[in-house]
Design a protein around this ligand. Structure first.
Ligand SMILES: [Zn+2]
Length: 212
């Protein structure tokens, strides 16, 4: 069906091609520009730093029918970030959700949420990347936590794990890149933490809690 309102755009920067598709023209031009700029700013650096062989083609689809915030999947053979425009309408400064999702494209792990690719670590690395490469986190009121709350653990995921990764990386430079590479190659086991830091994962977490 021909939809007169659909907005499509293609942009290429530094060897990466992005197809942007907004079938209902849900996002106004200024938000569209921020999303596209945020994607390139994040993805080009995340890709260069973590996985230069990550896809050189990606898609962003604006889908009002999606009720979550955003996710990455494989649509039409290209890594695709689907975004709920309703979320952006309610949280207009949360554009660095794209920075988190772009890191998932760079990760490109062979599976998700199992022993070899724990979901908490995948999401922790994505939020670690959002903190590192995001440009509007402060405006969104988004930050990695500086305190550990009761009940939180290394495998709480997202920002909690992201903050733990940031602290651990500062103590042991190269740790996050090593974890990322092992996850991608199917070599990840918890023993990798001890091999890289000298402490088993629970002990490293305990040291982190102590430092906080
Ligand atoms: Zn995620």
């Amino acid at each position: 069906m021909f939809d007169a309102a659909a907005f499509e755009a293609r942009q290429q920067r530094e060897g990466v091609m992005l197809d942007y598709s907004d079938p209902t023209d849900a996002l106004a031009a200024p938000m569209r520009a921020r999303i596209i700029d945020t994607f390139f700013a994040a993805y080009l650096r995340e890709r260069a730093d973590f996985h230069p062989q990550a896809p050189s083609r990606a898609r962003i689809v604006i889908d009002p029918g999606y009720e979550g915030v955003a996710f990455v999947g494989d649509g039409d053979g290209a890594a695709t970030i689907t975004i709920n425009p309703g979320w952006l309408a309610r949280h207009p400064d949360d554009v660095d959700l794209v920075t988190h999702e772009a890191m998932h494209i760079v990760q490109g792990y062979p599976s998700y949420a199992n022993e070899r690719v724990p979901g908490w670590l995948v999401e922790g690395i994505a939020d670690y990347a959002r903190d590192l490469y995001g440009r509007e986190n402060a405006a969104a009121g988004w930050a990695l936590p500086t305190v550990v709350k009761d009940g939180q653990q290394f495998d709480t995921g997202y920002r909690v794990t992201g903050a733990f990764l940031k602290w651990s990386e500062a103590q042991h430079p190269g740790l996050v890149k090593a974890l990322d590479g092992a996850l991608r190659d199917g070599r990840y086991t918890p023993a990798l933490w001890e091999a890289r830091t000298g402490l088993a994962l629970p002990a490293l977490w305990a040291a982190y809690v102590q430092a906080r």
